[in-house]
Design a binder for this molecule. Structure first.
Ligand code: SAJ
Length: 431
């Protein structure tokens, strides 16, 4: 039934799913507007860095055997049997609404090049009612009818940096169809690459499930962070409390930390709330968001407490921020809690050295991958991302490198006892 598949958007979602379908014998064409990405992938090179098991090799294989190629031209959609839309759908905090510019542009270009009864699937995370109110009308603008001239579905991605291929191959997925036929076709399509169970439903339910599963996690993390603030004041290690709480059945307390970054959690509650704007006041969702967004600033407060303790001023100090990525062993920096921390420290007159083993550039930010250089003569080690490399740090060695032995730990990476035994002033989120 399906032979040629077009995947629009060669990012964290599009690249792995394109490679998977190509590896299962489909002729796959990626459509990407950024030229260097087109060229890079057509050379068999993967633009996604970080620790992504099997992805680079799989991409090289399917490009080499001709099952995957990338173009900038949407005319590739004309003879496509299926078209997957994997463009970003950020939330515009200023305008308090989703930023669908990339999605609308992609859907519009697909609509302009629809010449077959193709199955169009949106994988991007969207606010409930977007399929009905935004996507479908754009494709139907030329008089075409969903379910008659094309099929339409929403199959939300469940990728996660570090497990991009694993998640596509193994996680269950929800498949929302605009009608029964679209639903059946989408289930058939994904059954070729998904070993997990496929749960057919309607588009609206699929949109609600996706945003809810992430809102759930954001609220859980917000809860853990609030318990961390309480435990700090009570002088008890939250991680020990969490371990014992989770011994109780039906408890799953998440990890407190320096904040919630990434391309999913910070926006999905907002997308869900947007769909019932002025109808429901999502107090729980928004309070969790506020708590999570406040954690980077709480981290700066802990840093200030340490400086006060050693009677040093942040001004003219050198501070080493370890980790720019929002997630351990990833190069993805989107919405990373590191940014507000770096900004606040600079506002306080500190000279901030940023280290990350996976992120080599971000705008004009100077990022080093030399940890000794970053810690040399530093007055404070600020641990933001729990990259594996940081777990191997030798406390004796770094104490010799640093000018002032202060560690502020945003991810429970260090042992408070060991740091204090080595003569460090130590503060940690939740500890
Ligand atoms: N975080 C915490 N405490 C936790 C878990 C995460 O502070 O207990 C922080 C992380 O450090 C990170 C952010 O939250 O900054 C997001 O972490 P994440 O583990 O949720 O990773 P994401 O953003 O890649 O989330 C994805 C989501 N998957 C999809 O959208 C398909 C999320 O729904 C998944 O639950 C998550 O992966 C996963 O790991 O399962």
């Amino acid at each position: 039934m399906f032979k040629k598949i077009v995947v629009v958007g060669m990012g964290y979602v599009g690249i792995p799913v394109a490679a998977e379908f190509a590896n299962h014998g489909f002729d796959v064409v990626g459509v990407e507007i950024i030229k260097w990405k087109v060229d890079w992938i057509n050379k068999g090179k993967c633009p996604i860095q970080g620790n992504e098991p099997r992805l680079a090799e799989l991409l090289k294989k399917v490009v080499k055997n001709g099952k995957l190629r990338v173009a900038q031209d949407f005319s590739e959609c004309r003879d496509a049997d299926a078209i997957l839309i994997c463009t970003e759908t950020p939330f515009d905090l200023k305008r308090k609404k989703p930023d669908y510019s990339a999605l609308k542009s992609a859907v519009d270009s697909v609509a302009e090049n629809l010449e077959k009864k193709s199955l169009i699937v949106v994988e991007s995370t969207i606010a409930p009612k977007t399929m009905e109110n935004v996507v479908k009308p754009i494709i139907e603008k030329n008089g075409k009818k969903a379910g008659k001239d094309f099929y339409l579905a929403n199959c939300p991605e469940r990728v996660m940096p570090g497990k991009l291929l694993y998640n596509i191959e193994n996680l269950d997925r929800v498949v929302g169809g605009i009608d029964k036929k679209s639903q059946a076709l989408a289930v058939e399509l994904y059954s070729h690459i998904v070993k997990g169970k496929l749960y057919p439903t309607d588009c609206l339910t699929a949109e609600i499930v996706k945003t809810t599963e992430n809102a759930y996690r954001d609220v859980q993390i917000g809860f853990a962070n609030e318990i961390a603030l309480i435990c700090e004041k009570l002088g008890v290690d939250t991680f020990k409390v969490r371990e014992l709480v989770n011994k109780c059945p039906y408890r799953d307390m998440h990890l407190p930390g320096v904040g919630v970054g990434g391309h999913c959690l910070p926006k999905d509650s907002l997308l869900l709330a947007y769909s019932v704007k002025n109808k429901v006041d999502p107090r729980m969702l928004m309070t969790a968001r506020e708590i999570n967004e406040s954690m980077p600033l709480h981290m700066v407060e802990l840093i200030k407490e340490c400086f006060t303790k050693v009677k040093k001023n942040l001004k003219e100090s050198k501070i080493s921020v370890l980790g720019l990525a929002y997630l351990q062993n990833s190069d993805d920096t989107r919405n990373s809690p590191a940014f507000p921390i770096i900004e606040k420290l600079k506002e306080n007159g500190a000279d901030v050295s940023v280290h990350d083993p996976y992120v080599n550039e971000h705008g004009d930010m100077n990022i080093t991958d030399d940890i000794s250089k970053s810690l040399k003569d530093s007055d404070c080690l600020v641990l933001v991302t729990a990259h594996d490399e940081y777990k191997k740090l030798n406390l004796k060695k770094i104490k010799k490198l640093m000018r002032t032995p202060i560690i502020v730990d945003g991810r429970n990476l260090f042992s408070k006892e060991e740091c204090e035994k080595e003569g460090f002033v130590y503060r940690g989120i939740g500890k």
